[in-house]
Design a protein around this ligand. Sequence first.
Ligand code: WTA
Length: 649
Amino acid sequence: METKVFEPGSEIKERARIKSMEEYRALVEEANKDYEGFWGRLAKEKIDWIEPYKQVLDDSNAPFYKWFIGGKLNVSYQCIDRHLDKRKNKAAIIWEGEPGDKRIITYLELYYEVNRFANLLKNRFGIKKGDRVVIYMPMIPEAAFAMLACARIGAIHSVVFGGFSAEALRDRIIDAKAKLVITADGAYRRGKPYLLKPVVDVALAKDCESIEAVLVVRRNNEEIKWHEGRDYDYNELIVQESPNCEPEIMDSEDPLFLLYTSGSTGKPKGVQHSQAGYILWAQTTMEWVFDVKENDTYWCTADVGWITGHTYIVYGPLAAGATTMMYEGVPVYPDAGRWWRMIEEYRVNQFYTAPTAIRLLHKMGENEPDKYDLSSLKILGTVGEPINPDAWMWYFMKIGGGECPIVDTWWQTETGGHMISPLPGATPIKPGSATFPLPGIFAEIIDQEGNKKEPNEKGYLCITKPWPSMIRTIWGDDERFVKSYYSTCKKNGKPVYFSGDGALYDEEGYIWITGRMDDVINVYGHRLGTAEIEAAIGHHPRVAEVAVVGKPDDIKGESVFAFVVLKSDEGVADELEIMKEINKVIVKDIGPIAKADEIAFVPGLPKTRSGKIMRRILRAIAKGEEIKQDTSTLEDPSVVEKIIEVVKR
Ligand code: WTA
């Protein structure tokens, strides 16, 4: 099939910072020639240093790379204070609640909010540099204030997505040994109030000795239980604090935050990010990829609980001095035109969302966008999973009117910011391709020995040189860090970062991401480890064995398909009942996002003689495909037929 190519139009070229492929190649060349010089130049230009760094990169203890050695800075200063001269009355955050309530927070107001919050953390709760603070919040401005307040005093935040269960929240609190939880009574979703604080109560009911207090922001004033001596009312306390708080002087390499993500084993990984390298790339990619300009309104629809919300709702836009929008609720409330109405009303210029949302809104309201004036839009973005050409074309034509470049940004929690993406004013785009690595990023598709793959040959998507915004380690587990990212592929004999994704080049060198090569699945753009879901299902008393695979889904990207072997031969007369119970266990252990869409009760699982479950076979069965793999090496080849029988039923 012939792939269409769309060149950037003249209007976008004119306003873009990087205006042509020649300019793009010049930057790539600059980084090729003098790697450290390139990063040093950006760091000097973009960061307001308290003290300049003495060395760009220290690779003496690879893969524990260090960047901008000896530099001192404060990320909240970079995001707020330094803008006050020119932008004190500019909107920093425009927020809309699901019920339609609105708040506009200027840079000066943001300064006061964050400083009061920082003082509250310091004075009332004794939070110091290096302490961990868990933020379990809905999408309200206070979530951003909390993150920036931590950054201001040097506390390390760990934002936990509000859709995670009490058990998942507890695991993260314990792993980080957090001192404080910041939460809200609740928020609004699908037209109804829901509660978060009770989830925190359940999480803290056991094993969370490190927690000294819970700070509760009032959002919906629903009735909640109050634990005297542990719970504190944010709204009451915040007004008592001074609106000025000196920013803590931080080292380039001090941790800025932890963000837990799924890997191929059951336990989530606390991805640790740094100060200088992270904020440098967050800001630079805001400028290069979204090309935000002074008067632009930029909107990313992610949740702050994910990396996209960290880098492209809070840190990146604010470091770049932009206006960032935040929306509390779901895209389909009260109808599938909610987002398009908001784009019209706020005259949004850059809009960044996920393929799963695009597919959902396409399905629910193909012509809904026609009712709105979307002509303010300049650039569209997508992230989280490969976007299918159908969804791409609808997004391009219906939302962008055929004139807005789509930046298909490939990156990960671990990379901190965009790695592979078109540049809106330069790159000719192809529907479904993330195109080329950004300047300074050495993303390559290779085999395990580091040989570059030929066009149309699938390989390992690796980043073969370190980069400033990269993961520093897995919190408390250096060994797992090395094993997870630096033990699969080598180049010139040296271990290189492997992303976990497969990808291929086309004839013109465009990069096409083919998806995860490990046991991670992608549901609604959320990363879930099959091992995590299996562990949860295993908690059901009647489950003997379980294997979970992803099955392609038109809207969700992938859906959760569980193959379950029950303990006794009592049969599965109560099949429906057990399915419900299994999903209850998943919701309890992880959260509703990980619910199984299909559960097949099978007599056994396809295993090799050494006991390894052959997931490839299960994936094929889930998809209803013919089994191409050789099954003769299985311990019991006949089990495959039996499983197919069950699934067909
Ligand atoms: C997938 C989200 C194809 C990929 C920022 C990656 C993508 C995982 C894209 C990271 C894209 C992200 N095209 N696949 N543009 N962007 N992915 O950590 O599998 O939540 O490894 O970070 O999402 O998910 P994470």
